[in-house]
Design a protein around this ligand. Sequence first.
Ligand SMILES: [Zn+2]
Length: 255
Amino acid sequence: MQFLYDTHAHLDDEMFDPDREAVIEKIKASGVGLVNNIGSCMESSRASIKLSDKYDFIRATVGVHPSETKNLTMSDIDELREMAKHPKVVAIGEIGLDYHYDDTDPETQKKWFEIQLDLAKELDMPVVIHDRESKGECLAILKQKGIQKGVVHCFSGSSETAKEILDMGLNISFTGVLTFKNAKRAIEALKVIPLDRLFVETDCPYMAPEPHRGTRNDSSLVCHIAKKVAEIKSIPYDEVVRITTENAVRFFNAL
Ligand SMILES: [Zn+2]
């Protein structure tokens, strides 16, 4: 498959309100053949499905980000369950733990992470995992729940953590972080990750890769991450595109 798959984007973000349609047309024209629009709260999960209905190359995920779990209810989980049955929904996520901001207490985050993992298991769907500064707690919960069909997104951890994730049977996804000047640790981690366990993503509108760092990111820039992977692993760019896309298509059952 000779097209790029941006496995993690937020094209419903308000930063795209002024020109969303034009941006999506630009992405399509840039050689990106598939995009996962990621749900991060109830509203964005609904918006992701709407985008996937409108554009044939967009897939959706539904789930609630740890920082958005404060006011979550079981009826929201029921709605997620119904949304997940939509034919273009490919995963539950992004879900996980985020201890960087202390606006949502860890117990609340863990409770809703576990409930959403149970939902993914019930529906036999893959999970998109957000793990920020959880100091191993996120991986411990995934182990305890026996989750094997998952991807840890926006990875910036050590090669030891990468090995632990791979041993659990999970995949790893890189954003533009890999292209940043201070990416030494992520680059070392990439070296231990086989190409067939790796996805590329933009996490747009955030995380714009070099040479666009600091500007609004969009899925057309995912090529910069694939180029960096090719450079670090000394593999032809076309090979990186083919293998990462084939893996992600299989993992998300996206075609
Ligand atoms: Zn995200």
